[in-house]
Design a protein around this ligand. Structure first.
Ligand SMILES: Cc1cc2nc3c(=O)[nH]c(=O)nc-3n(C[C@H](O)[C@H](O)[C@H](O)COP(=O)(O)OP(=O)(O)OC[C@H]3O[C@@H](n4cnc5c(N)ncnc54)[C@H](O)[C@@H]3O)c2cc1C
Length: 336
């Protein structure tokens, strides 16, 4: 049976260390446990907030209702010719899964090493890094309807994945709990090393573990460890602008990083835009822009969500004034 805990402090359960108390909290480890908690929440008319590792959320000081953290730890592998399908419970830590599969010589997840959080949240924003996105390896997800309690599988197409986006941020936002992922991995060598300087960091014929370790090293050089300095990774999404707007900007800033996308769009680097505005390393009160990575807002302690949003708002305004581009925060704003 899953215990319901009353008045729980979630400050250390989110990587930005935003102070937050929730009325009720539960961490079911089985599907039936989850369904029982959902039933109880519905009976008591509690608003439900789903939580994983808390690495991509902006929590309010007081969260009403219940926070449910699906904590299913099961995973298993099934052979499928040269491929292997991994079935993974929502509560499995993403990075430890990546490393365990890489150690077994299975290709697919190695570029996504060291992304914090749990597997259940990975499809929400279609996590991505070093030229790979979750959608490249995901076969489907098992979900439970928050109201109905019904279980069903959704294939990759019905998840409507985009850049840091999926149906779980739109039509299905706060309507389903992701309980399990199915991921397709390969035994055949399939290194994807085209992104950044990854190729120069691995041996000539690397195995998945060598790639995963190289990704970890690069990330540790560039990103602050939330255990040492509170943060939520990239605070802003890289903006998509029209090709025409990108071309105009390139006339003034010929060195501006830009990445052509389908449908007449160009992706720009939000970190570069912030850096150009001279904001890297800047601090106001409890929050600052990280000194090595302008995309990351860090929390030095003592601040709350209101102050963070004010700080982020000022960054958005400065970038808007200079480039006429409105940056959009990446972490999810959780309703009080
Ligand atoms: C240092 C750092 C580096 C990062 N680097 C990257 C990166 O390279 N690429 C990248 O894409 N992201 C990155 N992130 C963001 C973050 O790690 C991912 O978005 C991750 O998938 C969030 O997982 P989580 O378990 O912490 O989710 P949480 O932050 O707990 O939740 C995120 C959202 O998912 C919902 N949710 C959680 N679990 C479930 C579930 N089981 N069912 C339905 N909804 C659920 C929550 O309600 C919330 O809306 C980084 C974050 C940090 C702190």
């Amino acid at each position: 049976m899953t215990t319901l805990q009353q008045s729980v402090d979630l400050t250390r359960s989110n990587t930005l260390r935003l102070p937050c108390h929730v009325d009720w909290y539960a961490a079911p480890q089985t599907l039936s446990g989850l369904q029982a908690v959902m039933h109880e929440a519905a009976n008591r008319r509690w608003p439900v907030t789903l939580l994983g590792g808390g690495s991509n959320v902006l929590l309010p000081p007081q969260l009403h209702g219940i926070a449910i953290r699906p904590s299913f730890q099961h995973w298993w592998l099934e052979s499928c010719g040269n491929d292997v399908v991994a079935y993974v419970g929502a509560g499995v830590n993403w990075h430890s899964l990546v490393m365990r599969l890489a150690e077994r010589g299975l290709w697919g997840l190695e570029n996504l090493a060291l992304i914090p959080g749990n597997c259940g949240a990975a499809p929400i924003q279609n996590i991505g890094a070093y030229g790979v996105e979750l959608k490249d390896v995901l076969l489907g997800v098992q979900v439970v309807g928050l109201k109905s309690g019904n279980l069903r599988w959704m294939d990759r197409v019905s998840c409507q994945f985009g850049y840091r986006d999926s149906i779980f941020k739109h039509q299905l936002a706060d309507k389903v709990v992701i309980t399990q992922l199915a991921l397709r991995l390969s035994r055949q060598p399939a290194p994807r090393l085209h992104y950044g300087d990854l190729a120069s960091r691995v041996p000539a014929s690397p195995n998945p573990l060598a790639v995963a370790n190289a990704v970890c090293t690069i990330r540790q050089e560039k990103l602050p460890d939330p255990q040492q300095l509170a943060n939520a990774g990239s605070f802003f999404k890289n903006p998509l602008v029209s090709n025409a707007q990108a071309a105009r900007l390139l006339q003034t800033y010929p060195d501006m990083p830009h990445f052509p996308q389908p449908e007449g769009l160009t992706k720009l680097a939000a970190g570069w835009l912030i850096d150009q505005c001279g904001l890297k390393g800047g601090r106001e009160g409890a929050f600052g822009v990280h000194e090595r990575q302008a995309l990351v807002i860090v929390h030095f302690g003592g601040g709350d969500r209101r102050e963070l949003l004010q700080f982020a708002g000022r960054i958005i305004q400065v970038v808007l004034d200079r480039f006429n581009i409105e940056l959009e925060p990446e972490p999810r704003l959780i309703q009080a």
